[in-house]
Design a protein around this ligand. Structure first.
Ligand SMILES: Nc1ncnc2c1ncn2[C@@H]1O[C@H](COP(=O)(O)OP(=O)(O)OP(=O)(O)O)[C@@H](O)[C@H]1O
Length: 341
């Protein structure tokens, strides 16, 4: 495939398993998706659905004893699965960067944030301390940090949560990565700051040409930010497709249930939002058939012997559910408010 038409990140049949129960327990099974240049793709699912394991496996960062990662993840055509640790370290920080929910995991408390961003820049580029600081201040300014030269001289604990998050994004972008993996970057922030950070992530496509893999449990965040979305349930793909399609015509009852838990922006708000009854199974106790079966309002006998295969529904949409194959689509929805086309 010509390089200009190759996806930036092409993940196929990614499987991650760990030893247990006398064999290997799959944490993530046959996950496939791609991220194109300057695109934001959402990875969504409840807690424990395998979002972080997927991202950490891509980055070679799962350090569990006996962990097995199989399948393929090509970044600009280069295979990441099985890539030697040194080569992966070079890619991380330079071409692929990660940001997390808690910026304190990225910054050490004992140095100023400016010093830490300077060092990150100097680890990848031969720059004088002064030139690195000029770049740091410029990056902080681009991330909307007020008085960036002075803020650079502050310690992480002296900044608000929102400013720390901006500083972490500045550090992640310091080496101009083409792919940013953002793991729940707004979960700890209040809604106003959350909206500002999402705005910032959207802007990166234009300002830095960066693509983003955005990990979240919040369909509202996906609606505002992602052009395509992958829904994970219990380590498997439930559904994927263009975000507008998933919101208008979810094919998997799990996607529909996640959408029902978003509060409407306009109109009368229900007294209580519907929650999905029950909890997802842990990887050790996954049922033989559809893992969502025990919580699904549409479950019937065909879902139980084996997990339904992921099948195309149309227009880039895939779902692992027997309903579309049987010609019983879920009831149509009005598109969720708050969605950015
Ligand atoms: N190193 C590990 N060894 C064994 N099991 C693990 C390991 N890391 C994660 N798990 C398990 O894998 C499953 C998926 O975890 P993961 O952290 O990817 O979920 P998540 O979707 O990111 O959830 P959250 O939103 O809570 O971060 C969970 O059941 C978790 O307990």
């Amino acid at each position: 495939m010509p390089a200009d038409r190759m996806p930036l990140l092409d993940v196929r049949d990614l499987c991650v398993s760990v030893p247990g129960n006398g064999g290997m327990i799959p944490l993530v099974e046959n996950v496939s998706f791609c991220v194109n240049e300057a695109e934001i793709v959402g990875l969504v699912g409840e807690s424990g659905s395998g979002k972080s394991v997927t991202a950490m496996a891509l980055m070679g960062l799962i350090d569990s004893p006996g962990v097995q990662v199989r399948g393929s993840a090509r970044f600009r055509g280069q295979e990441l699965v099985g890539m030697p640790a040194k080569a992966l370290r070079t890619l991380r920080g330079r071409d692929i960067a990660m940001i997390f929910q808690d910026p304190m995991t990225a910054f050490t408390p004992v140095y100023t944030i400016g010093w830490q961003i300077d060092e990150q820049i100097r680890a990848h580029e031969r720059l004088t301390r002064r030139a690195a600081r000029a770049r740091t201040v410029q990056l902080l300014a681009e991330m909307g940090v007020p008085d960036p030269a002075r803020t650079a001289q502050r310690y992480p604990h002296q900044l608000s949560g929102g400013l720390r998050q901006r500083a972490m994004i500045a550090m992640a972008l310091s080496c101009r990565p083409t792919l940013l993996i953002a793991d729940e970057p707004t979960t700890a922030l209040d809604v106003t700051v959350q909206a500002q950070i999402l705005d910032l992530l959207r802007g990166l496509r234009h300002s830095h040409g960066s693509s983003v893999l955005l990990i979240t449990h919040d369909m509202g965040v996906v609606a505002q930010t992602c052009s395509r979305t992958l829904v994970l349930y219990s380590g498997r793909m439930a559904e994927s497709g263009p975000t507008t399609t998933l919101f208008a015509r979810p094919a998997h009852p799990y996607t529909a249930a996640l959408l029902d838990s978003i509060p409407p922006l306009y109109g009368s708000r229900p007294h209580r939002l519907p929650a999905i009854a029950g909890v997802p199974p842990t990887p050790r106790e996954r049922p033989a058939g559809c893992a969502f079966g025990p919580r699904c309002a549409y479950v019937h006998a065909t879902c139980l012997p084996a997990p339904p295969a992921l099948a195309p529904i149309g227009a880039g949409q895939l779902a692992a559910c027997v309903l579309p194959a049987e010609g019983t689509p879920l009831p149509p929805r009005t598109i969720a408010q708050g969605m950015q086309p």
